[in-house]
Design a binder for this molecule. Structure first.
Ligand SMILES: [Zn+2]
Length: 238
């Protein structure tokens, strides 16, 4: 997102009424989704259990302190539509706003109090350029606002421009993300507890590829994972 288009969007949002990204109702005050949609949201509650099913997906693949998601992701649901709009539809502000909601819950739960920084899963520069923003970074910025943490997007780069994973099988996704990240500023990650942030957790292939590369270069780093959504299918797969 260029600075100019962000300023323009901010100006538009000053005059246009703010609406709920799910149902379109008018929002009041600091709300980012309306109170009805908030009540109906499929919250995972994964943050209540340290060894939750999402955390278990990392066992034997990558050490993580905590792994949590805000919402269950169900194919064909209204939340899938919301994710598509901020991921492919240019509506980066939805990601930022949902990040604030997620960040406020995590602050209340106090499970990331010793985290030093948030690191959103990077996009390849070509994809970031064509999309205009990185939706995971927008999510991270919203979360950081509530958690009072820095977002350090520039410390890791995505070095391979790979194809979209949405149409790929389970094993293809793992092949597709091997060795696609590169740590550019290892010193700044030494001894730090890093919260990796992404939009949707499905197989975990991307975030595990990112985390393993960080731990290979910076063994003293500690990792946690927070995504906006978690696919119920991915968790139930043996
Ligand atoms: Zn609503």
């Amino acid at each position: 997102m260029s600075i100019l288009s962000r300023i323009l969007s901010d100006l538009v949002s000053l005059v246009a009424p703010r609406t709920c990204p799910l149902c379109g109702r008018m929002l009041h005050g600091q709300e980012v989704i309306c109170s009805l949609c908030e009540t109906m949201a499929p919250l995972t509650q994964l943050w209540l259990d340290e060894e939750n099913p999402m955390h278990q997906r990392f066992w034997g693949l990558m050490p993580v302190e905590r792994a949590v998601a805000l919402l269950w992701y169900v194919e064909g649901s209204e939340w899938q539509d919301v994710v598509h709009r901020f991921k492919y539809g240019g509506q980066w502000r939805i990601a930022y706003n949902l990040g604030r909601w997620w960040g406020a819950i995590l602050r209340e739960q106090a499970i990331f109090e010793d985290v030093d920084m948030i690191l959103p899963v990077p996009l390849h520069w070509r994809r970031r350029l064509s999309r205009g923003y990185n939706q995971s970074e927008e999510l991270a910025l919203g979360m950081a606002e509530e958690l009072g943490l820095p977002v350090r997007s520039g410390l890791v780069r995505r070095t391979r421009y790979n194809t979209s994973q949405t149409s790929q099988s389970y094993s293809e996704r793992w092949d597709n993300v091997e060795g696609i990240f590169s740590v550019s500023k290892a010193k700044e990650l030494e001894g730090k507890h890093i919260l990796l942030v992404d939009d949707v957790f499905t197989t975990g292939a991307t975030i595990i590829s990112l985390g393993c590369e960080i731990l290979r270069v910076v063994p003293s780093a500690r990792l946690s994972v927070a995504t906006l959504c978690c696919s119920r299918n991915a968790i139930s797969k043996g």
